[in-house]
Design a protein around this ligand. Structure first.
Ligand SMILES: *[C@@H]1O[C@H](CO)[C@@H](O)[C@H](O)[C@H]1NC(C)=O
Ligand SMILES: *[C@@H]1O[C@H](CO)[C@@H](O)[C@H](O)[C@H]1NC(C)=O
Ligand SMILES: *[C@@H]1O[C@H](CO)[C@@H](O)[C@H](O)[C@H]1NC(C)=O
Length: 428
């Protein structure tokens, strides 16, 4: 199913990424939890004491992350989104947390999160106001960066509402410098390209120099149509965005909505598999205090996380779209590949697809499956498919809107070894 177009696509993206922001962070895609999609701007703590944006929410999430295996598999950042601050800055012009919902203040919350071995993320906006109308950072970049550093914050999500688009680049770059000036390493998550695309093509070289990750497309919702439209956007812009990703800076297709209400299990598997292929930050937005075991198992799947966190840090991309199947491939370290076969048809039952390993060996110098490779299926369930040659057919069965995720590992040193009993073929 890999066509000539697919081979061309693989050649295009082998160019090295531009210089990344040099703050020592995001060498692998960020993993953690971010409140927005699930908890939005719920500030009514009388009616929703457990689900309102308050210090309690983040403390409880940190507790669960430390206790229930999340931290162990790599989820590290507990991130606040919009609606945390007071509507007024303090007498020194500093942002302050809403005193009723954050009685201890952010510094104490950061200490608490750190005591669990986790990191705290916060949110602000490059413009005059945040998207929900709280004070923006325009004119206060250095003050706000210093405030966050003083509090012990570890990540800043910097939104782009209420900002003149001609000043976006300057604003994001200025905040990057302000963060650097504090001397504290703070992971810098930008929405710069998202807000620039409606007016002009963003400069991804400049974005990568300033930011550790950057949102390109609209906010994710708890629905399959939303996840699909993000994947379609990514595939149709892959020639522009894929080369800019690498250790230190990543394209951010927004939060994982796995474990909520809107996606079937097959769709949750597709989001997890394709976010790993895209080298996307894995920022869950769900309620970890109450999540179904199957979703938890998927989010904690070590094989998928290993693909996401592959040290080579190359983003994968769609290489073919045929007959309502899409083939996405991500080059991994040690000449391995991750392959996702995505069934986009939303009617009928499982569909079976076969492809030859040789269709995956288009990267120059890539010795995959030559002479042999080992193929392992990770989704929909773990299975050793076994040794393949370039021309053997790999067959998978995929539910509607589901994804088969595979890894392909070369077995290159082929030789024969005599044993007393028989002529045995050994492959190292
Ligand atoms: C600030 O930038 C310099 C130069 O790029 C870099 O060496 C340093 O580590 C940065 N510091 C922080 C705290 O990000
Ligand atoms: C960015 O910083 C430069 C240099 O200090 C300043 O001239 C410019 O106005 C700043 N732009 C924004 C949007 O803050
Ligand atoms: C993009 O940004 C880089 C780095 O800041 C700069 O050198 C380059 O000239 C910019 N490209 C365009 C087309 O503006």
């Amino acid at each position: 199913m890999c066509t000539v177009a697919c081979l061309l696509a693989l050649f295009v993206f082998t160019s090295p990424a531009a210089h990344a922001l040099d703050n020592g962070l995001a060498l692998k895609p960020t993993m953690g939890w971010l409140h927005w999609e699930r908890f939005m701007c719920n500030i009514d703590c009388d009616k929703y004491p457990n689900n309102c944006i308050s210090e309690r929410l983040y403390m409880q999430m940190a507790d669960v992350m430390a206790k229930e295996g999340w931290k162990e598999v790599g989820y590290e950042y507990v991130c606040i989104d919009d609606c945390w601050p007071s509507h007024q800055r303090d007498a020194q012009g500093r942002l302050q947390a809403d005193p009723k919902r954050f009685p201890g203040g952010i510094k104490k919350l950061a200490d608490y999160v750190h005591s669990k071995g986790l990191k705290l993320g916060i949110y602000a906006d490059v413009g005059e106001k945040t998207c929900a109308g709280y004070p923006g950072s325009l004119g206060f970049y250095e003050t706000d960066a210093q405030t966050f550093a003083d509090w012990g914050v570890d990540l800043l999500k910097f939104d782009g509402c209420y900002m003149d688009y001609t000043l976006l680049g300057e604003g994001y770059a200025n905040m990057s410098k302000a963060l650097n000036k504090t001397g504290r390493s703070i992971l810098y998550s930008c929405e710069w390209p998202l807000y620039e695309w409606p007016f002009r093509k963003p400069n991804y070289t400049a974005i990568r120099e300033a930011c550790n990750q950057w949102r390109n497309s609209a906010d994710v919702y708890d629905s399959w149509s939303s996840v699909k439209s993000i994947l379609d956007w990514t595939a149709s812009h892959e020639d522009v965005i894929v080369p800019s990703a690498g250790p230190g800076g990543w394209n951010d297709p927004d939060m994982l909505v796995i474990g909520n209400f809107g996606l079937s299990h097959a769709q949750q598997e597709s989001q997890m598999a394709l976010w790993a292929i895209m080298a996307a930050p894995l920022l869950m937005s769900n309620d970890l205090r109450d999540i179904c075991p199957r979703s938890k198992e998927l989010l904690q799947n070590r094989y998928i996380i290993a693909i996401s966190q592959d040290p080579m840090g190359k983003q994968g991309y769609r290489t073919a779209a045929v007959d309502n199947f899409e083939l996405w491939v991500r080059p991994l370290s040690k000449d391995r590949l991750a392959v996702a076969v995505f069934n986009k048809l939303e009617i009928g039952g499982p569909r079976v697809v076969s492809f030859r390993a040789v269709s995956l060996i288009a990267v120059p110098g890539w010795k995959i499956c030559d002479p042999q490779c080992n193929v392992t299926q990770i989704l929909p369930r773990y299975k050793e498919i076994g040794v393949q040659t370039p021309h053997s057919e790999i067959t998978v069965s995929i539910n509607p809107s589901g994804t088969a995720l595979l890894t392909v590992t070369p077995r290159q040193k082929l030789y024969w070894e005599d044993t007393p009993k028989r002529h045995k073929r050994i492959i190292v």
